[in-house]
Design a protein around this ligand. Sequence first.
Ligand SMILES: Cc1cc2nc3c(=O)[nH]c(=O)nc-3n(C[C@H](O)[C@H](O)[C@H](O)COP(=O)(O)OP(=O)(O)OC[C@H]3O[C@@H](n4cnc5c(N)ncnc54)[C@H](O)[C@@H]3O)c2cc1C
Length: 412
Amino acid sequence: MFDLAASDQDDLHGGRTPWQPHARRVPMAHLHESIRCDVVVVGAGITGALAAENLTRQGLDVCIVDREQPGLGSTVASTAMLLWEIDRPLRDFVISHGFERAATIYRQSAAAASGLLALISELAVDCHARANPSLYLAAGESGPQILLEEHELRRRAGLPGEFLDHQAVLSRFGIGREAALLSPGSADVDPVMLSQGLLAIAASRGARLFDAQACDFDSSATEAAIELDNGRVVAAKWIVLATGYALPDVVRSDLHSLASSWAICTPPQRRSALWPEDALIWEASESYHYARTTTDGRIIIGGEDETDIVEPDARDALIAAKTGRLLSELRRLRPQAKPVAEFAWAGAFGKTIDSLPMIGRVPGQPRMLGAYGYGGNGITFSFLASRVIADTIAGNERADYDAFSFERDRIG
Ligand SMILES: Cc1cc2nc3c(=O)[nH]c(=O)nc-3n(C[C@H](O)[C@H](O)[C@H](O)COP(=O)(O)OP(=O)(O)OC[C@H]3O[C@@H](n4cnc5c(N)ncnc54)[C@H](O)[C@@H]3O)c2cc1C
């Protein structure tokens, strides 16, 4: 273990998260000369790690560049619920995109969540991964009727899940809500162990990891290159941008905006204080609270998002107040749990106008691809990005992922 304060990315998060005690120092080399490779991945969080794993699996010569320790950007602030349900209901997508397109988007997200879990299992990545169901609770204006409509649309789209009425939510989960949708196919992990584990696998296949800041990015029809802060150049056939919420100037997009989010984690609880099935709980409202458990019996609860507080000092100054509100939510959700916050933190949170990630070709840059997960399903979308990007590099670009493109229409 090492002193995280030295590499903490204060602009991306503040406070302490439960993943920090398990983080390891990842060996990174300094680049003293300009080099060449097949693909240079900028950013070694969960998105860059998934991309590097998939690209090295295909036998490509991959370099990864990060200005900080891998996994300690937004990834360490994540509550790491790997949901396939997007934080915008299928119902809303049907209105904006039509049923077939909306169903395709949701199915792609479901396939990404199951693909990610299968990858973790296949590679035996030690990251405390568990497959668990999600419990989507009626909240605010989204009452039983709205949830029933959502359930019916999901059923038509071939997505799994069941509708629970008030009595069923109460008897099965001890939660007094009007209704809920219970769906299989989600998971939770330790996000830092996952990203560092994937990077280690990529490195074992020859990927080179460098400690440097990329300052300049450029590509033509035939080649690409990034310039580092020490003046060295990494030339490549492709650049993959996986810089999280730090969007380089070369990416011009009016789809996304920054917000802030807060979360807490309790000490280990008595088993009887946790809810059944270790379900990933979240609410059917735009500004929702969510909760999960951990393998050592803690409860993580988060939410309280603010779109107009993004400046890091102002965001972090609210940790104490937001902790109080999240503990109140915990008392409401699980009165039998001990309402104590052992960890409390705040993080930058990227959102897009339609709740979908930005994945694929960076406009105006023929050999530059972007992998920007964003939203409540950031990590699920990072997996999707790693597949779309590898397909594009392999010459199998797929049109059915156009809902995620940087140049999609602004459908709100
Ligand atoms: C409080 C909170 C809760 C969340 N909960 C969930 C959840 O439950 N489920 C979920 O799926 N998602 C969740 N998310 C979102 C998820 O955490 C993010 O989508 C994900 O971590 C983004 O990973 P990333 O690798 O793209 O970015 P990061 O982890 O930020 O990695 C980007 C890396 O790029 C590096 N970098 C940036 N610019 C440069 C440069 N110019 N040169 C070199 N290196 C550079 C940075 O140093 C960083 O290490 C949550 C986020 C927050 C804040």
